[in-house]
Design a protein. Sequence first.
Length: 152
Amino acid sequence: MNYAIPERIALTLWVGGMWITGYLVAPMLFSVLEDRALAGMLAGKLFSAMSYVGLVCAALLLLIQTRKPTPKGWREWRRGLLLAMLLVIVIGEFVLQPMMAELKAAGLEEGSAAQQRFGMLHGISSSLFLFNSLAGLALVIFGLEPDNQRGS
């Protein structure tokens, strides 16, 4: 079976969605909306939605990778990168985001320890997002298969 089209669709939805959300929509929300809390809440909802898109797309891409007769050397780094990206999503959505939500719910007073902790968690979350967006870009550039194994 030719898996090239479902792979391209899943990778496009996931990586394209990450780039549009993280590097176009979220910054635009903060530049257009005067209420930074509203901008942050909307950006958070968008990032969460993209996390679920990523979970589905990563699972689909990993499933396809396991079903293809591809040379191990080529498949392994791509599969490893997909697994790392999936792990980043799980950490971000199910570990960091709940911690950040708890801090926000308790109130973030200017200069408080809670605000500092929130800033640290937000920085980690941003770094993980940067990793995933660059890793996804690598998969888009290099493809999920070597040139001589790609379907049309």
